[in-house]
Design a protein around this ligand. Structure first.
Ligand code: SF4
Length: 357
């Protein structure tokens, strides 16, 4: 099996996918791509939330024509999602797109495939092959009877073969399924079958709540094995939520550089403060902190500071006040009303220190 750090590095604009132990966060816009001001605003909102690469749907020429204008207004690399029409791919490349998602086997005649590959090669633009359990080639479905992990990898190898025959290797592959177990197996088999970096995703995973659970279960299992160099969490929700979930998931595996994490107690009858609202407020606050710090919010001082020894900074509730602590040591008492504001100041101070280290 190829660990993500052993995969072939592929450049998407200024971002590298594969060839290192990092996982790049992606999402996709929901606005109509031809509505340039709206899609630009959405892309910038996603970038602000921590999205490193954004994909737009390119279903028609109006969308393909808009790419040039969109590119002028954004700083993150842009990916064009194209299904069959090679002319849209050529137009997107012409417009300065940074990557295209298209399956070469679906383009049609060889001259069309060659035209797309030639244009991509000239501009150094990678191609993502997107295998989806729900739309496997008929011959593969006929062979296996239903979507299987073997069939998905066979489909990926078929599309990879077309590109390799044209001496094209800047390839990224996804093998999405809405069945979590199928997706896990497909990614495991793919990581054993080829060295191209893998784009992870559980497709049609559901709403913010159920989709988060399902995606985290599936992608967590895959990430923990060292598989996957980029990912998109697919939710029936604002795409900014996809980015937040992706960041949180990567933090869980120590794969998000420069991110602050929150430790908060589950609460019990010893609680002395309004912990749930404080924890939510602090979580929201640290989502904008770009430094590797652990912050803890605990309901009481009985076990709190000791339980959160690994936290860099934190508060524990006491009667009418809060205890500010660092690495398990209480450093100061703060009146309850000022507790959260003081904690935020300390977080900022610490983040500054870390950035200078
Ligand atoms: Fe209970 Fe205190 Fe532990 Fe929170 S920190 S779970 S309130 S004992």
């Amino acid at each position: 099996m190829y660990h993500r750090s052993e995969t072939r590095p592929v450049k998407v604009g200024n971002i590298q996918i594969g060839g290192n132990d990092q996982v790049v966060i992606q999402s996709m816009t929901t606005s109509k791509t031809h509505d340039v001001p709206k899609v630009v605003a959405e892309i910038n909102r996603l970038a602000e939330a921590g999205c490193e690469i954004v994909r737009v749907a390119v279903p028609d020429h109006r969308a393909a024509d808009a790419i040039k204008e969109i590119k002028k207004e954004i700083s993150v690399p842009l990916v064009a999602d194209i299904h069959f029409d090679y002319k849209l791919a050529l137009k997107a490349i012409e417009g300065g797109i940074d990557k295209i998602r298209i399956n070469p086997g679906n383009i049609g005649r060889r001259e069309k495939v060659e035209a797309v590959v030639k244009a991509a090669k000239e501009r150094g633009i990678p191609i993502r092959i997107g295998v989806n359990a729900g739309s496997l080639e008929k011959r593969i479905l006929d062979k296996y009877g239903y979507p299987t992990a073997e069939g998905m990898v066979e489909s990926a190898l078929y599309h990879i073969g077309i590109l390799e025959d044209l001496d094209f290797q800047d390839i990224i592959v996804s093998l999405k399924a809405s069945d979590v177990r199928l997706a896990i197996e497909a990614y495991q088999k793919a990581a054993a079958a080829f060295r191209y970096p893998l784009h992870l995703g559980i497709t049609e995973s559901g709403t913010l709540f159920s989709g988060t659970v399902k995606s985290s279960a599936g992608l967590g299992a895959i990430l923990s094995q060292g598989i996957g160099s980029t990912m998109r969490i697919s939710l029936s929700a604002d795409p900014v939520e996809e980015v937040k979930v992706a960041r949180e998931l990567l933090k869980t595996f120590g794969l998000a550089a420069n991110a602050a994490t929150l430790i908060s107690c589950p609460t019990c009858g010893r609680i002395e403060i309004d912990l749930i609202s404080i924890a939510n407020e602090v979580e929201e606050y640290i989502s904008n902190i770009k430094a590797p710090i652990k912050v803890s919010v605990l309901g009481c001082a009985v076990n709190g500071p000791g339980e959160a020894k690994e936290a860099d900074i934190g508060i524990a509730g006491a009667r009418g006040e809060g205890l500010l602590f660092r690495h398990g040591e209480i450093i100061r008492k703060i009146p309850e009303k000022e507790m959260v504001a003081e904690l935020k100041k300390e977080i900022d101070k610490l983040a500054e220190e870390r950035k200078q280290e």
